[in-house]
Ligand binder design. Sequence first.
Ligand SMILES: [Zn+2]
Length: 252
Amino acid sequence: MAKLIVLGSACAIPDETHENTHLALLGRDGAFILIDCAGQPVIRLRRIGLHYDRLTDLILTHFHPDHTYGVSMLIMEMWLRGRRNPLRIHGAPHCLERVEAMMQAYDWDTWPRLFPVSFVPVDSHEGAPVLENADYRILSAPVKHFVPTIGLRVEDRRTSHVLAYSCDTEPCPGDLWLARGADVLMHEAAGKGIGHTSAGQAGEIAREAGAKRLVLIHYCVDGKDISTLVPEAEAAFGGPVTLAEDFMELEW
Ligand SMILES: [Zn+2]
């Protein structure tokens, strides 16, 4: 089965037990993909038994700090630990240009024997390809946030089962496109308002899209009551709802 591990489940403000949202997508041969990058991923990956050398691709959904601030630490730490394997970074041009500028601000072109890093821009339309490997076919759609942002539709190539990830968005056509018939819809639930979605709205999207299962992520934790999120989404969806937690494993 296709497998994803939640490395962080919080919205922009984390707490002691909820890191900012980022995800590891596992391949069957031990290689894996990172989706967004917060904190110190190398250490977090070690905790779940993943070695940084097996990271092939990093997908960045948008250039906000809580989704990208870990990139410089990830690259520096892998370099210092002796990584030689190349890394591809995928995302909208708006995001990739800024990540590259951020790394240039750290003078990364002067780091001796830095492993190869390439940037792969993703187009801004529903169904835009992100990457394809032996395990997954990953498509994207633009969603509605404060800066250019992509959501993802991850298809297991062996079973055709789909996990959709809304990323940060308010309800919008791209969001619905991603979620259509998904086996798992992982949806943000940061709250109702411009650029974000409430748990109830995530439930409505899951119902409208015909998703089989809903997982709420990127929710507010610090000093917030999170016990209402699942019931609120369940009432709107009418299907199974789970609250993502750090290190939760999802199979689909
Ligand atoms: Zn954001």
